[in-house]
Design a protein around this ligand. Structure first.
Ligand code: IPD
Ligand code: CA
Ligand code: CA
Length: 266
């Protein structure tokens, strides 16, 4: 296996083992508040340190952009984008749906993505041009095209409510026109679930690069599209993402553009 991919997988699995340990020894977890409904625990911090140590041991000159410790700007075109625990709210409620998310870009182009759920022990990964995998088996997005009978997922706002009305409009529409809407609670896993065809599509506004970098590559390598709401590639900058198989993406985009503020679709 490619040494970068092997390092990313090792980092995700080591961090995942730490997270799983705390999940089963929850009394020892101290929680700090970063703001209203925005928490961080020693689990996020320790998992992140494990990931960074693993990466820098193998690639000491690479740049790091990690959620809890910020940017380490080395002189390199390689940048690791890290969310040590995506789905912290689920973790803190002992709701077993969360993941480690690690991506690597080269000259700002996504090249590698790894997402690991340590509870289900599902490892999703992709390398640019080499396909997407779940536990080492190739995965594909769903081939379903129409809103009818489709399952879609999204995020709900919980500490910033600027896009509340747009979410409610989208929910109103998809609740009535699809088989159902899910809010699982981890953007990384939402994208991984699009990639392996468990849901047909996913949309969310206002995310951070570490929530979506790995998942976006995994979706595209599984034959899907991951775009911003202008169908462009600016999702890491805007934080607004729409991911689905190509036909469903078109239908979902059309549906959302009818009920979403035009400035959000631009
Ligand atoms: C959150 C999750 C969630 C999404 C939030 C993210 P965190 O990440 O991905 O699904 O709706 O916007 O911030 O805080 O658990 O790493
Ligand atoms: Ca996150
Ligand atoms: Ca996180």
């Amino acid at each position: 296996m490619d040494s970068i991919l092997a390092t990313a997988i090792m980092a995700a699995e080591l961090a995942g083992t730490k997270i799983k340990h705390y999940f089963h020894n929850f009394d020892s977890v101290q929680i700090e508040s970063k703001g209203r409904n925005d928490f961080v625990s020693k689990v996020d911090k320790e998992a992140e340190q494990i990931i960074i140590d693993t990466i820098l041991k193998n690639f000491p000159n690479h740049q790091i952009n990690a959620e809890e410790s910020g940017i380490k700007a080395n002189n390199s075109d390689y940048k690791w984008i890290i969310d040590p625990l995506d789905g912290t709210t689920n973790f803190l409620h002992q709701f077993p749906h969360f993941a480690v998310s690690i991506a690597l870009s080269y000259k700002e182009e996504l090249r590698y993505g790894v997402i690991y759920n340590p509870i289900s022990q599902e490892l999703f990964y992709a390398q640019k041009g080499k396909g997407a995998y779940l536990n080492h088996q190739a995965i594909q997005v769903s081939q379903h095209e129409t809103l009818e009978n489709a399952l879609v997922c999204t995020g709900f706002p919980y500490y910033e409510f600027d896009y509340l009305e747009d979410y409610m409009n989208g929910l109103n529409l998809f609740m009535q026109q699809t088989a159902g809407v899910r809010r699982p609670g981890s953007a990384a896993l939402d994208l991984a679930y699009v990639a392996c065809g468990r849901v047909e599509g996913y949309w969310e506004f206002n995310l951070k690069p570490w929530d979506i970098a790995a998942g976006a590559l995994i979706v595209t390598e599984a034959g899907g599209l991951a775009t911003d709401f202008a169908k462009g590639e600016g999702f890491l900058e805007s934080g607004n993402i729409l991911a689905a198989n190509p036909k469903f993406h078109q239908n979902m985009h059309q549906a959302l553009s009818n009920v979403t503020k035009p400035e959000l679709m631009a």
